[in-house]
Ligand binder design. Structure first.
Ligand SMILES: Nc1ncnc2c1ncn2[C@@H]1O[C@H](COP(=O)(O)OP(=O)(O)O)[C@@H](O)[C@H]1O
Ligand SMILES: [Mg+2]
Length: 537
């Protein structure tokens, strides 16, 4: 770097990442000199003064950007530095490497200092001063357990999304952080929004024996002046309390507490009974298959345009038998014949596509049913687009999390109703809780999971049917809080058009086990034996 700088300034650039960043870096998007935000100032100053810095701050606060700056400082502050960037998945590492490239390319002085860029076998940037920045993905997801990073040594280790790093991966990284004989002063900076209330990242913040080791930074959004004028709006559009707690207050969640608030579930109890005749508006059906435990759950939800309420107007469980999946297909066909205003049938693909195929075949055979178009298969792990409460942009979320989040949101707004006589569902909603938080998302308790999934699929279908519903904020998995939730939340407006009520012929009585034979043209008719029974609630 051949810029005229005096000795004092040079020392500051070397010693102080904040001075380095604000003196040398050009923000790639604005092409203006980089200015650290509130959290970045705290973090960069801490990195100057401490060897171990752990950061938990809210989402979209500039953590990743800050880590990028730290990497650049780490490589340029002295010759022959080795900087390792580590993240739980490749895209996160690539984001930092891309940011590094953009910062380098935005300043001709820095651009000249780069001598090599590699993308394989790992991301690497080499500098004319002999330093390097290398990016690694940790291996637990690929069962390689941080293998590739294990052989590395470093003067600085930067871990982004550190709460999502598995413990076995920490074991690979720890020796590098500890530095060893030749690099005793390795700096480590780890940052994340919290996820699990366990694991290494959690321990760094909660284990008192680490008090003197790690310098900890925690800035909830409510204490971040950069967000002062937006906190209320973000809180209001945050789809659920878990997201608010983890992603914005940057607190570790309490696992094991309920998903749905008791008061919300209680207010969802309605006077009506399960009855097809209630199907007057847009109706969607959700189907969750479970061959081994719960049987097949079918939920029929209608969006009542007049009240703006989602009504669970019917549900049943096709009981577990050898033929339960086939019987359920038969029953779905029958139900969609009985309720002609079923606009969509969203089914879980967890048991393969056979049932989906059978339902589609029925649609081809009898085009008037529209089943080939109405029936859509979903995998709970697939990613769906939902709106981010901070940026307003569409982001990808796991369907299961987004669906549960939507259900919770609708419940919170008191816009979901089911018959108060369905004590089983009431109990299941109250008892539904997160048993563990995993890297791919929360795992819920088994009891009630299937009926809740069926309801969620129906709600998701209604959301898809009407573009207005898509604005309903849905986001991360949820888990009820320690704090009480505000009444905030975007309100989902009912769609403007209205449809004329229709009446339907059949009414089921609640609480009865019904046995009957179904004869669906074109499908092998069989009578339900003991296993073919279904419980109508
Ligand atoms: N100091 C800054 N100046 C300009 N833009 C910034 C700054 N810090 C962050 N950003 C931008 O803000 C957005 C969010 O930052 P990011 O680092 O991805 O947040 P986080 O990792 O906390 O979610 C990014 O698009 C980034 O480009
Ligand atoms: Mg980030």
């Amino acid at each position: 770097m051949n810029i005229p700088i005096d000795q004092d300034m040079l020392v500051k650039l070397i010693e102080d990442p904040l001075v380095f960043a604000e003196s040398l870096l050009i923000e790639p998007f604005t092409q203006q000199p980089f200015r650290a935000n509130h959290v970045q100032r705290i973090v960069l100053s801490a990195v100057r003064d401490h060897d171990r810095v752990a950061v938990r701050v809210s989402r979209q606060t500039g953590k990743t950007y800050g880590m990028t700056v730290i990497c650049l400082w780490g490589a340029l502050r002295a010759p022959n530095q080795s900087v390792l960037v580590v993240a739980p998945d490749k895209s996160k590492v690539k984001t930092i490497i891309d940011n590094i490239d953009r910062f380098l390319d935005s300043n001709p002085i820095l651009a000249r200092s780069i001598v090599a860029r590699h993308g394989s076998p790992y991301y690497e940037r080499k500098f004319s001063n002999g330093s390097r920045i290398a990016g690694f993905t940790l291996g637990s997801r690929t069962k390689r357990h941080g293998e590739s990073v294990r052989s590395q040594s470093a003067d600085m280790v930067v871990i982004d999304e550190a709460a999502y790093v598995a413990d076995e991966d920490w074991r690979a990284v720890n020796p590098i952080i500890e530095g060893g004989l030749y690099r005793p002063k390795t700096k480590a900076v780890v940052a994340s929004t919290p996820a699990l209330a366990s694991g290494r990242f959690y321990e760094i913040f909660h284990n008192s024996s680490l008090d003197s080791v790690w310098h900890r930074i925690h800035v909830p959004i409510t204490e971040n002046p950069d967000f002062a004028d937006r906190v209320d709006q973000i809180r209001a559009s945050c789809p659920n309390d878990l997201e608010w707690i983890t992603e914005f207050l940057a607190e570790f969640p309490d696992s094991g507490v309920g998903v749905f608030r008791q008061s919300d579930v209680h207010r969802a109890l309605a006077e009506f009974v399960y009855n097809f005749r209630r199907a007057r508006y847009e109706v969607a059906m959700g189907v969750d298959w479970d061959k081994y435990e719960a049987g097949v759950n079918i939920a029929v939800v209608q969006f009542n345009r007049e009240s703006g309420v989602y009504e669970l107007i019917y549900r049943e469980e096709v009981q577990r038998t050898e033929m339960v999946l086939t019987e359920a297909v038969r029953r779905i066909v029958e139900l969609t014949d009985l309720i002609p205003n079923v606009r969509a049938v969203y089914v879980d693909r967890g048991y393969g596509d056979m049932q989906l195929e059978m339902l589609h075949q029925e649609g081809y055979r009898r085009p008037s049913t529209g089943l080939d178009k109405k029936v859509v298969g979903w995998s709970f792990n697939q990613k769906v687009d939902v709106r981010d409460p901070v940026t307003g942009e569409m982001v990808k979320k796991r369907l299961k999390d987004a669906m549960i989040s939507l259900f919770q949101h609708i419940l919170e707004e008191h816009r979901f109703q089911f018959p108060k006589t369905d004590h089983q569902l009431y109990r299941q909603l109250l008892g539904y809780h997160v048993v563990s938080l995993t890297q791919s998302g929360p795992r819920y308790n088994k009891e009630g999971d299937h009926v809740i999934d069926a309801i969620c699929l129906a709600l998701w279908a209604l959301r898809d049917l009407e573009p207005v519903f898509r604005q309903a904020p849905v986001g991360q998995p949820m888990l009820l809080p320690i704090t009480s939730s505000s009444d905030g939340g975007l309100h989902i407006r009912p769609p403007s058009s209205s449809s004329s009520p229709i009446s339907l012929p059949l009414m089921e009585e609640k609480g009865q086990m019904v046995r009957r034979s179904f004869a669906i043209p074109g499908m092998r008719s069989r009578s339900f034996g003991s296993g073919g029974s279904r419980r109508v609630f």
